[in-house]
Design a protein around this ligand. Structure first.
Ligand SMILES: [Zn+2]
Length: 90
């Protein structure tokens, strides 16, 4: 009788431990997903975009993004924005 109680107790502990492990596993998956989405955002910021004026590739994070005629253009400098606006009057 005493052994039976011990076995049940052991199984209960095992069950709780497994549940915690499983929960930890699920949490780590969610963390991984959050990390990967943050990484995707980071990659988006590092995306190289061509300047339509001087054809230099600039990372999105430092590019000058201007909406001209409903389209988004990325420029390396204000100089190129001015040049582009002069060459493409709306
Ligand atoms: Zn440029």
């Amino acid at each position: 009788m005493y052994r039976l109680i011990l076995v049940v107790l052991l199984l209960t502990v095992l069950y709780i431990l497994l549940r915690q492990m499983f929960r930890g596993f699920k949490t780590s998956i969610r963390d991984g997903r959050e990390k990967s989405s943050a990484q995707a955002q980071h990659e988006d910021q590092d995306q190289m975009i061509e300047d339509p004026v001087c054809h230099t590739f600039v990372p999105r994070r430092i590019a000058l993004i201007e909406t001209i005629g409903g389209r988004e253009y990325c420029f390396c400098s204000q100089e190129c924005v001015v040049r582009f606006r002069r060459e493409h009057p709306i």
